[in-house]
Design a protein around this ligand. Structure first.
Ligand code: C5P
Length: 201
């Protein structure tokens, strides 16, 4: 039987780490839905039309290792505003969620739009400053030359765009368990997430 865990929240709140750990804990498959928008964004930066690219997207497009750059993140959040781009990506996400054996999907609108009937819903958040610091460490660790102020500006710009768009804005589902990771270690945040999923089983 399908068991879906929907994990939403803003950029760099810890969703990715928590989602992977929850999926590993329960033996569920994991889909980072941000990769779908990043894959569209990357192809748009290369000259593609957003809706055409989204309609033709295939799983292999999610494997490219150039998807984790700040430029692609901004392009992703720009194409994510387009309603026809979002609707082109719905089926793939819902099919993933419905697979046998359980699935964890993380993104911005999983608990509200993609899987409103998910058995477990989590909303992971943290202060913008905290998230910028984490992203800064991650990006400089990969050798990118960027300042903390730039990263904070990017995080705030994406938050504003993701929260204010008309279609599927970033918002916690009414029935989501809220986890603020600002002052939590990774282990503590994962333990809370696992407990919330267990409570829903
Ligand atoms: O999560 P990640 O930072 O990879 O997402 C990149 C961008 O894709 C987000 O800023 C957001 O605009 C968009 N996105 C979305 N809906 C999702 C996942 C990501 O709009 N479910």
């Amino acid at each position: 039987m399908a068991f879906t865990v929907a994990i939403d929240g803003p950029a760099a709140a810890g969703k990715g780490t928590i989602s992977k750990a929850v999926a590993a804990h329960f033996g569920f498959a994991h889909l980072d839905t941000g990769l779908l928008y990043r894959a569209v964004g990357a192809q748009v930066l290369a000259g593609g039309d957003p809706v055409t690219v989204a309609r033709a997207l295939n799983p292999a497009d999610l494997e490219h290792d150039n998807l984790r750059t700040p430029a692609v993140a901004q392009a992703a959040s720009e194409v994510a505003v387009i309603a026809d781009v979002r609707s082109a990506l719905v089926d793939f996400q819902r099919k993933f969620a419905a697979r046998d054996g359980g699935a964890v999907l993380d993104g911005r609108d999983i608990g509200t739009v993609i899987c409103p009937d998910a058995q477990a819903k989590l909303f992971i958040t943290a202060s913008a400053e905290c998230r910028a610091e984490r992203r800064y460490k991650e990006l400089t660790g990969k050798g990118l030359s960027i300042t903390l102020a730039q990263v904070l500006e990017d995080v705030k710009a994406r938050d504003a765009r993701d929260s204010s768009r008309a279609t599927a804005p970033l918002i916690a589902a009414a029935d989501a368990a809220l986890i603020d990771t600002s002052d939590l270690s990774i282990a503590a945040a994962v333990a809370r997430a696992v407990a919330a999923v267990e409570a829903a089983q």
